[in-house]
Ligand binder design. Structure first.
Ligand code: DMJ
Length: 566
């Protein structure tokens, strides 16, 4: 008897009773040959599923979160618990508005910077990267418009961000907050690696802005030539509202150069001489890093500098104490020098502007400044500053009344107040850089009722700041009044600014001239911010929760760092 025969006895049908020891591959092959058709089908299905699971795991390794994060929310689950009965219907109405605005842009201006929503023409006034499309990406995702999101992504991954249209000098700050911010947040929502690559392409294309003797950025970049456009000065909002985006780029790419370059700017401005602790005149001299002139304002050209002090602190998981200190100094300075009360409406508080020496006050309140109540409410929660929340409520009241008390219930770009000695800004002064107040005529009944009076610029350009604050105030206080105010504003937007293809800026908020007032312009922030904040106002508070996300100044949500920086 052979050795083989001692191991393998045979059954009567000739099959061995004891199979030879086979490898895993051998055993599978053996099973495959012995299986019938159904068996083979089941086997193939099983193999396919295993391959899919392995591929998904590998993709997550390369693309996705490494920290056990389940991934971003893709939509509000059907049947989610609403805060109030009307939330779902209101949210749906906002979503319809987004579909309308996006639909018109898609039809008449797809891939262009902006749609002109009355003439249905388009423009490339931001260099031709398609800023409306990029700014709208995460709003589409948040609203569950995934088909539209996918179509927009397929376009954006084909854009060459190392070029702009000829002879265009790209505004550094605007393209950081809109394009870099939009791509980063769209990446974090979809985990589509191509979006991160495109974000890095934008970030790199704009990095030459920092090539100055101090590291304070130039305001414009000639992207085609790969260099910045030399300038003497830059405003503080432009220099100091790019840090969140470059920090996020460092976090996601693992390359610290973006973070370090942007951080240097804040360190310089932190050391600069100030006329009053925490308050920064808007113009920064690029070659010295000193604050040279201009008003002190929480409105245009100053605003988001202060906003990012808080937001970087939050983004760093409260690790960067420099930002807490700088933010608190600024808010203390603002409260001490810039907040006043209307002489006609005692409930109405506002934040005016100061001259560069922080001694002369200008009683003008900008729509742009209406982000402040949201910032104060967020800060009060993070830093335990309850008095800031009270001020936030008072300022939100004013911002809402700027809408509520005009004939269209839309807000103008700014409103003006008078002080007790009947002085204020003459209605003819379009830009208040002159801080000498003038005597005013006796107040009209209307002014007494409103608490403020209107200046010559009465346009509403679809700005987001008030609804941004309403969203945050609601989430911080749980007071449903803020939702009702947001709904009233939304209805006014629908009523006065809607065109057959999208929404348009409105010329005079006190005129009920209707379509004659439409100025044929729709800035990308209407899709990026105004509609997004309205949608989130009517969404459950844990959807893009303020505990997990910080919104950049263009309303692009960034996931707060998992681990604080060293
Ligand atoms: C947006 O582009 C940003 O919010 C910026 O910080 C200032 N305001 C506009 C919208 O009004």
């Amino acid at each position: 008897m052979s050795a083989k025969a001692t191991i393998h006895s045979e059954r009567s049908d000739g099959e061995p009773l004891l199979a030879p020891r086979l490898t895993l591959g051998g055993r599978l092959r053996d099973r495959w040959y012995r299986a019938d058709r159904t068996g083979r089908a089941v086997f193939s299905l099983f193999a396919l599923m295993m391959c899919a699971i392995i591929a998904a795991r590998m993709a997550l390794e390369v693309l996705g979160p490494h920290d056990g994060w389940p991934g971003p929310p893709t939509t509000i689950p059907p049947g989610a618990k609403e805060d109030t009965a009307s939330d779902g219907a209101r949210r749906e109405a906002v979503r319809e508005a987004m579909k309308h605005a996006w639909g018109g842009y898609r039809q008449y201006a797809f891939g262009k910077d902006e749609l002109h929503p009355v003439s249905n023409k388009s423009n490339n006034k931001w260099g031709g990267w398609g800023v409306t499309l990029i700014d709208a990406l995460d709003t589409l995702h948040i609203m569950g418009l995934h088909e539209e999101f996918r179509e927009a992504v397929s376009h954006v991954v084909g854009v060459n961000f190392t070029r702009t249209k000829d002879d265009f000098n790209t505004p550094f700050f605007e393209m950081v907050i809109r394009s870099l911010g939009g791509l980063l947040s769209a990446y974090e929502m979809s985990l589509d690696r191509r979006l991160l690559d495109k974000a890095q392409e934008v970030g790199d294309a704009l990095m030459p802005a920092f090539n100055t003797s101090t590291g304070i950025p130039y305001p414009r970049v000639d992207v085609n030539a790969g260099r910045a456009v030399p300038a003497d000065r830059v405003c503080i909002a432009e220099a100091g509202t790019v840090q969140l985006e470059y920090w996020k780029l460092s976090e996601l790419t693992g390359d610290p150069v973006y973070h370090d370059t942007a951080q240097r700017v804040v360190d310089i401005l932190d050391r600069a001489r100030k006329p009053y602790k925490g308050l920064y005149p808007i113009w920064v001299d690029i070659s010295s890093g000193e604050l040279v002139s201009g008003q002190i304002t929480f409105g245009g050209m100053g605003d988001s500098w202060y906003e990012y002090l808080l937001k970087q602190y939050i983004y760093s998981r409260r690790a960067e104490d420099q930002y807490r200190r700088m933010y608190e100094e600024s808010i203390d300075g603002m409260r001490a020098k810039m907040v006043r009360q209307s002489i006609y409406d005692p409930n109405m508080y506002y934040v005016g502007d100061l001259d560069a020496t922080a001694t002369k006050f200008s009683p003008r309140f900008q729509h742009l400044t209406c982000f402040v109540p949201g910032m104060l409410a967020l800060g009060s929660r993070v830093l335990d500053r309850p008095a800031d929340l009270e001020l936030a409520k008072q300022l939100t009241y004013t911002c809402f009344q700027m809408y509520n008390r005009t004939r269209t219930q839309l807000s103008p770009e700014y409103v003006q107040f008078r002080d007790v000695s009947d002085r204020g800004i003459a209605p003819s002064q379009e830009n208040t850089t002159d801080f000498e107040l003038v005597g005013l005529n006796a107040a009209s009944d209307r002014e007494k009722d409103d608490g403020f009076y209107l200046g010559p610029n009465r346009s509403y350009i679809l700005r987001p700041e008030t609804v941004e604050s309403l969203m945050i105030l609601y989430r911080v206080t749980g007071d449903g009044t803020y939702k009702d105010w947001g709904w009233q504003i939304f209805r006014a937007i629908e009523r006065w600014t809607k065109t057959p293809s999208a929404y348009s800026a409105y010329g005079d908020v006190n005129s009920i001239g209707g379509s004659a007032e439409l100025t044929d312009s729709m800035e990308s922030f209407f899709l990026a911010e105004t509609l997004k904040y309205l949608y989130l106002l009517f969404s459950p508070a844990d959807y893009y929760s303020l505990d997990e996300y910080v919104f950049n100044t263009e309303a692009h949500p960034f996931r707060i760092m998992r681990t604080p920086p060293p």
